[in-house]
Design a protein around this ligand. Structure first.
Ligand code: ATP
Ligand code: MG
Length: 591
């Protein structure tokens, strides 16, 4: 690893002037009111994400700009959809909903690949004042039915193939579901009994619609958490959240009008909606949508040939690219690429440096949750990176490290490097407004003015936040509190280790001992000699108290569809306990 603990920003790292350069001054100057003003006033006096993302640009004459470039896949060719066209499609879908009698507050679920119809449904539903919930198309029948029932889904937009494979047999177990609209995967009409043809209805629908008068507090989106620590929760978000998406697109992703932006997340994960659709559209920029799954060669090809300038991805994808080897990356050039960001899991320092050494740009880690709706803590172009840190709270966001006291009050850490629960002060617009049907759980997340995130962190003297682990994952061993990330990062410094997942294993003497599961990079084979070498490496890096006592090799670690290592599953399997909710488990992983 590079010896310097800090990556100083150089002119080469900043190929364009960043949207802000003075962190402290920008925090002082910032106000959410100013963001609302920047987003403009809807002529009818309402506040609707779809108007801010689409109509606003068309009204200002930017309708011909490409909103999304859908890349080719198999026999489906590449397709550019402009702001004007997406507005028209959204209007038509809004009219389709009205024809069906679907109204304000009604729930629309989406189960499709990353195709234009997904985005038309998303924004058309918002225009109608309906609440929209995109699901991963890779979900099996049961997770789909569970979420639809929890969310009282009245409408489902899916494809004929997905419907036949995953929904048809379960439909009578979804009592709220009134209408199923099918997109024909062959491009033609669909004719499955008790379903409607999406294409035919869209063709009949008028091009124009009046947006249902919504306010910033109207419910807009329903997102399910990733299910890393247990059964996924439904987080409710409102139209006013767009202010956060705009501000964070500006500060954390540094979006500029001429950017070609690629967010690799699927809209089934909150990242793919907030930052794969809403934030780039609010900024009026062009986004790439790749309907395909991860493939290192393809991804490098996209970065190169599409001329991507801002790229938002996830640690798991970066580690898979690292695993595929540097040669694949270096076979192409990326002259347009100027900013890389990542979210979803702790980003180990090795990965930050890998970006710098292989792609010429460090990777900017940022932190947020389904519940926060948008990026809260980030490394930005405006300040140096401390690899391994999540960065600093963005303008408009107040964070702290707190201890919950017995009487329910909080103690805010004042001293640098104190460890505690990461908390955010209420007041940012995209804060979730409820856990669907679980008011008790929602209330438990708050203490006075503070939202408690369930993650443990440390804030250093410069105000940078360092992720320790989730409260659920922290290991207590012989009087030490051990965050899995620290151990995993140390293991990933070894050239053999591609990924690591660390758990606490009950132990009669120590309480818990640290056990690590590792997957290996290309060119390394599991074996006793390597196991001992890794144990030795970890001990010299971490000390005997924190280093793993046991290491096991696994070809793949179990992860969620959003790419997070499921430590609770590693633990359940290790201890022979029930696996719990595995609805978000990426199939094929973890065996
Ligand atoms: P569930 O709540 O169902 O267990 P989840 O918490 O993984 O799932 P998400 O809302 O998708 O669902 O993920 C948010 C969590 O992901 C954060 O609370 C944090 O634990 C982790 N996370 C996100 N970004 C980062 C990051 N940059 N560094 C470390 N952890 C991160
Ligand atoms: Mg969570």
């Amino acid at each position: 690893m590079d010896p310097s603990p800090v990556i100083h920003k150089t002119a080469a790292d900043l190929r364009v002037a960043p949207n802000f350069s003075d962190y402290e001054a920008e925090r002082r100057r910032f106000s959410w009111d100013a963001v609302s003003r920047a987003l403009g006033v809807q002529p009818d006096g309402g506040l609707n994400i779809a108007w801010q993302a689409l109509d606003r640009h068309v009204a200002s004459g930017a309708g011909d700009k490409v909103a999304f470039r859908f890349l080719a896949l198999d026999e489906v060719p590449q397709r550019d959809v402009t702001y004007a066209e997406l507005t028209r499609l959204a209007n038509r879908f809004c009219n389709v909903l009205r024809e069906l009698g679907v109204g304000r507050g009604d729930r629309v679920f989406i189960l499709t690949g990353r195709i234009p119809e997904l985005y038309a449904t998303l924004f058309g539903s918002l225009k109608n004042g309906s609440v929209v919930s995109p699901l991963f198309s890779a979900f099996g029948p049961e997770p789909i039915a569970t979420r639809l029932n929890l969310g009282a889904g009245a409408v489902l937009v899916t494809t004929d193939t997905l419907f036949t494979r995953k929904v048809a047999a379960w439909r009578d177990r979804m009592p709220d579901l009134k209408h199923v609209l099918l997109v024909g995967e062959g491009g033609g009409p669909t004719c499955i009994p008790d379903t409607l043809d999406f294409g035919a209805m869209m063709q009949r629908a008028p091009d124009a619609c009046e947006i249902t008068p919504t306010t910033g507090e109207d419910m807009a989106l329903l997102h399910f958490t990733s299910g890393t620590t247990g059964t996924p929760k439904g987080a409710v978000h409102v139209h006013g959240a767009a202010a956060t998406h705009w501000a964070t697109g500006r500060y954390a992703l540094d979006l500029h009008p001429d950017d070609l932006y690629w967010c690799t997340a699927d809209p089934g994960w909150v990242t793919g909606t907030s930052y794969g659709a809403v934030a780039p559209l609010l900024h009026g920029i062009t986004s790439i949508v790749d309907p395909s799954e991860f493939d290192a060669e393809r991804w490098y090809g996209i970065l190169h040939s599409q001329g991507v300038s801002v790229w938002y991805t996830a640690p798991t994808a970066i580690r898979m690219l690292m695993k595929a080897g540097a040669e694949a990356a270096k076979a192409r050039s990326y002259p347009h690429l100027r900013f890389i960001a990542s979210v979803g899991e702790p980003l180990n320092p090795e990965a930050v440096w890998w970006g710098k050494n292989t792609l010429g740009l460090p990777i900017h880690d940022n932190w947020w949750q389904t519940e926060t709706g948008g990026i809260m803590i980030a490394n930005t172009p405006a300040f140096d990176i401390k690899p391994g840190s999540m960065g600093r709270p963005l303008p408009g966001v107040e964070a702290s490290v707190v201890q919950r006291k017995e009487d329910g009050t909080l103690e805010l850490a004042e001293t640098p490097d104190a460890e505690g629960e990461l908390a955010l002060r209420r007041g940012w617009p995209s804060m979730f407004r409820a856990y669907l049907n679980d008011e008790t759980r929602y209330r438990k997340c708050f203490a006075g003015d503070w939202y408690l995130t369930g993650d443990l962190a440390r804030r250093d003297a410069d105000g940078y936040y360092w992720f320790i682990g989730r409260l659920d994952d922290v290991i207590k061993s012989a009087g030490h509190l051990i965050g899995p990330f620290e151990v995993e990062s140390a293991l990933m410094e070894h050239p053999a280790v591609a990924e690591a997942g660390v758990i606490g294993k009950p132990d009669p003497v120590a309480g818990e001992v640290v056990k690590a599961f590792v997957s290996l990079n290309k060119g390394f084979e599991p074996g006793e000699a390597l196991r001992l070498e890794l144990l030795g490496h970890a001990r010299s890096r971490l000390g005997a108290a924190v280093a793993p006592k046991e290491i096991a090799f696994q070809a793949e670690l179990p992860r969620t569809r959003s790419g997070k290592i499921m430590r609770r599953l590693l633990k359940a399997r290790e201890l022979g306990l029930p696996e719990g909710d595995t609805s978000t488990l990426e199939t094929g992983s973890g065996s």
